[in-house]
Design a protein around this ligand. Sequence first.
Ligand SMILES: O=C(O)CCC(=O)C(=O)O
Length: 286
Amino acid sequence: MLPMVKESVITKFERDGYAVAEGLFSAEEAADWRRYFMEMVERGGDGWAEGGVDPEHPDPLRRYPRLLQPHRGDPIAFGYMTDPRISEHLTALAGGEPLAVQTMVYFKAPGSRGQNLHQDNTYLKAKPGTCLAAWTALEDIDEENGCMVVVPGSQNLEIMCQVEREGLDLQQWTNWETPLGPGQQAVPVHMKAGDCLFFNGSLIHGSGMNRTEDRFRVTLIGHYISAEATQVAKYYFPVYRMDGTRVEDGIEMDPVHGGPCGVYVERDGRTVIEMTGLAEEATSAH
Ligand SMILES: O=C(O)CCC(=O)C(=O)O
């Protein structure tokens, strides 16, 4: 029998744009998935490793790169993406059964840089509505091994233009990040193996460096578009229903290269968002 979606999870998701379903998966399932995907990356990634695996590279992100879209050939990743427990939660949180478009596995070996603050729908471009994520911890995760950080309430923002910050890439993947507005703050999300973090595709989030010498931070991630979406960026095709069948029509590839994004401007002593610029074109996974 499926676990009930807790009222507290729904309330938190609606208010803050994210919520953790504690123990959605058992510690044994998390350990099995961890073992399975670690073995996959250590034998070369089975074709899913971003940029390929280079076991001798000084950068831990090149020794243990993320796996992108493994569900397109791997049954374990496909099973995670369409797991009924995820489906049940996303349906309750988003008000309708979503469609599945992406899987990723992050290893974040000791010393790995973190991921810059961003909003997923900058890249997925799901509309109308937005995208959603189901991010499962395959081991205990805290600030030391690079937990997720999220900006509560930022799910209500427009898609914001990213800004360049010199030197950010010493600790993060790139020098580009989504800026925070007045009063906004990124908070860490601590998780236990088997917990699943659900978040809205407009929520600003990222992750810190793994500062440990001996702990990985392995996570299994699914990305979805909300039921009402009729468009998503080309990279995310094919689109699947949660029963595992493929959507053959009804979803268009986003025809726009880039798109409008928001910037903070001062107006009459207040900070407001003005839509301008062009958000990055979706060519890779986020
Ligand atoms: O796991 C991370 O460090 C970042 C993941 C992420 O940004 C996402 O799943 O959208």
